[in-house]
Design a protein around this ligand. Structure first.
Ligand code: NAD
Length: 302
């Protein structure tokens, strides 16, 4: 039987993810505060809704892909949230999948509120960026009950290639935040190396090929080169538009440092990367892709 899916949050990631569900013959109803994003999905074959509550009316599965934990919590919990609506309407067997990157504690709070009402919920943040969202090759990093994880797999497989169960509720967010702290560190390092080579007169494209075949090879070099013009179709070659915003990377690094303090973990490079992204953000780069950290390092024309 075709599953009805409500998809809430159609930004850089959510939009292409919802399109892949449509391509895989799910019946998708979408909602976003941005009506242009809703219209784009409608043109791609989705049903549209004017608010989250009407989007979930017939849903078997609810997926959210939203900017931060405060928004996710207000969507689901509280007197006017979707959890109450699900209970009030007597809907059975609804599965909630939150793919936003949020604090593990926020994910656990929503998970607990669901559990108390007998609603299945997993945290399922993603890795892979917008290209993987479009290609349907995301990595999903899930936390929650094993049975809920198994039930989510059929839907997640339509949007991703690697689907992991990291542990109990919130574990997906812990693993995701560890990954993104590492991503920020190797993006800054990659930008530093390319910038230093370029300032010595080397061609960043040649430098990139050398490092990809050497011990400095990493994901930022392979698929997300921060130097403009080295790779087609990545944000650095599109004036750092689209992709993964500095605002969102700063949020994730902030979450990593909260987690580090809470777990008494030493993360000196994570702390430095957090500071660098905050400086970059304060300089007005919040809505640029995070690979634009290269611009913070480049010599300014005087
Ligand atoms: P985005 O800002 O492009 O999209 C967020 C969307 O949510 C926007 O369209 C916005 O209008 C909508 N929205 C905000 N509040 C809403 C509400 N109350 N109701 C309905 N819609 C609402 O962000 P994104 O890049 O798509 O990222 C979404 C999440 O995925 C974030 O948590 C981010 O950290 C995570 N993430 C992003 C990437 C990436 O490469 N962009 C990769 C992995 C994870």
């Amino acid at each position: 039987m075709t599953q009805n899916i409500a998809f809430i949050g159609l930004g850089n990631m959510g939009g292409p993810m919802a399109k892949n569900l449509i391509k895989n013959d799910f019946n998708v109803t979408v909602y976003d505060l941005n009506s242009a994003a809703v219209a784009e999905l409608k043109a791609a074959g989705a049903n549209s809704a004017d608010n989250a509550k009407s989007a979930i009316k017939d849903a078997d599965v609810i997926i959210s892909m939203l900017p931060n934990g405060a928004i996710v919590k207000s969507l689901y919990t509280g007197s006017n949230g979707l959890i109450d609506q699900i209970v009030n309407e007597g809907k059975d067997n609804v599965l909630i999948i939150d793919s936003s990157t949020i604090a593990a504690d926020d994910a656990r709070a929503v998970g607990k509120a669901c559990e108390q009402k007998g609603i299945a919920m997993i945290d399922a943040p993603v890795s892979g960026g917008t290209a993987a969202a479009e290609a349907g090759t995301l990595t999903f990093i899930c936390g929650g009950e094993p049975t809920h994880f198994e039930a989510a797999k059929v839907v997640l497989n339509a949007m991703g290639r690697h689907i992991f169960h990291a542990g109990a509720s919130g574990a997906g967010q812990v693993a995701k935040i560890c990954n993104n702290m590492l991503l920020a560190i190797h993006m800054v390092g990659t930008a530093e190396a390319l910038n230093m080579g370029a300032q010595q007169g080397l061609d960043p494209a040649v430098m990139s090929e050398i490092m990809k075949a050497s011990s400095g090879n990493n994901w930022s070099l392979q698929v997300y080169n921060p130097y403009p013009g080295v790779m087609p179709n990545v944000p650095s070659s599109k004036d750092y538009q689209g992709g993964f915003m500095v605002d969102l990377m700063s949020k994730d690094l902030g979450l990593s440092q909260e987690l580090a303090a809470k777990s008494k973990s030493a993360t000196p490079l994570g702390a430095l990367a957090t500071q660098l992204y905050q400086i970059h953000q304060a300089g007005g780069a919040g809505d640029k892709d995070f690979s634009s950290i290269l611009q913070l390092l480049q010599k300014k024309e005087s």
